[in-house]
Write a protein that binds this ligand. Sequence first.
Ligand SMILES: Nc1ncnc2c1ncn2[C@@H]1O[C@H](COP(=O)(O)OP(=O)(O)OP(=O)(O)O)[C@@H](O)[C@H]1O
Ligand SMILES: [Mg+2]
Length: 271
Amino acid sequence: MPASIQITNVSKTYQVASDEQSIAQKLGLKPKDRKPFQAISKINIKIPKGSFTTIFGPNGSGKSTLFKIISGLEDPSSGSVMINNQSVSDARIGFVFQNYRDSMLTWRSAIGNVKLALEARGVPENERHDLALEYLKKVNMAHIANKPFYSLSGGQAQLVSIARAFAFQPDVLLMDEPFSALDFQTSLGMMEALLKLWQEEKITTLFISHDIDEAVYLADQVMVLNPNPGSIRKVIPVDFKRPRPISLISDKKFFEVRSKVLEEFRRGVKP
Ligand SMILES: Nc1ncnc2c1ncn2[C@@H]1O[C@H](COP(=O)(O)OP(=O)(O)OP(=O)(O)O)[C@@H](O)[C@H]1O
Ligand SMILES: [Mg+2]
């Protein structure tokens, strides 16, 4: 069931900055001063049920950290995240990452990977095949259903990962730069396919992007982050009606919203 997300005053301080730690490790040294490092500071936002929010912020502004907290992989140092007024540990979270191959069983077929999500959801075995195929059809990938995952192109593999994520019917879907390894043309097709699927399923989705056009095109709202430590600079609503043709990206109205997002981003990263 799509769920709302309430993020209240969430801050995260790591005990040692990871870059400092890894450099020290490479040099065979112990990090001298184990200074705590604040990755995010006082994030407050309510994400409505069934909405699509993109997160647009510079490297190191705590985007992935926020995802780890929402998914329960990390605890916040202070503040809380509630999904449908319950703790994150009670929620069903779906993920799609940039490195899609890492989270899939590459020797299994495309459909075999989607079936795993259905199995995890408790769908009876005799219903899994047809339902998995339905999800592959939704992203136009039914024709590669029986191919082993390792043999798929980057774009195909990512569409199968997306189909699997939706088949899992999570309360919340977290997507961390899922299209950044794909070429421009392929990622345009991905955006359309993703929105089509999302509009059918209306799963509450958070999507991290470094591509401003993608961030605006997909979103109901764009969350622009400040770095050092990561915090919300501005949440910019995007009201274009759906379904959105990809040609929207060259529309003057689109450009106006894009400019607002860019302006906030630039103010945020200014020294
Ligand atoms: N486990 C960790 N231990 C210590 N520091 C960490 C850890 N994970 C992240 N950090 C630090 O927290 C900050 C935010 O990291 P995070 O990965 O959340 O940023 P990001 O916005 O996702 O960046 P990118 O755009 O590069 O993916 C960075 O400075 C990073 O070095
Ligand atoms: Mg990240």
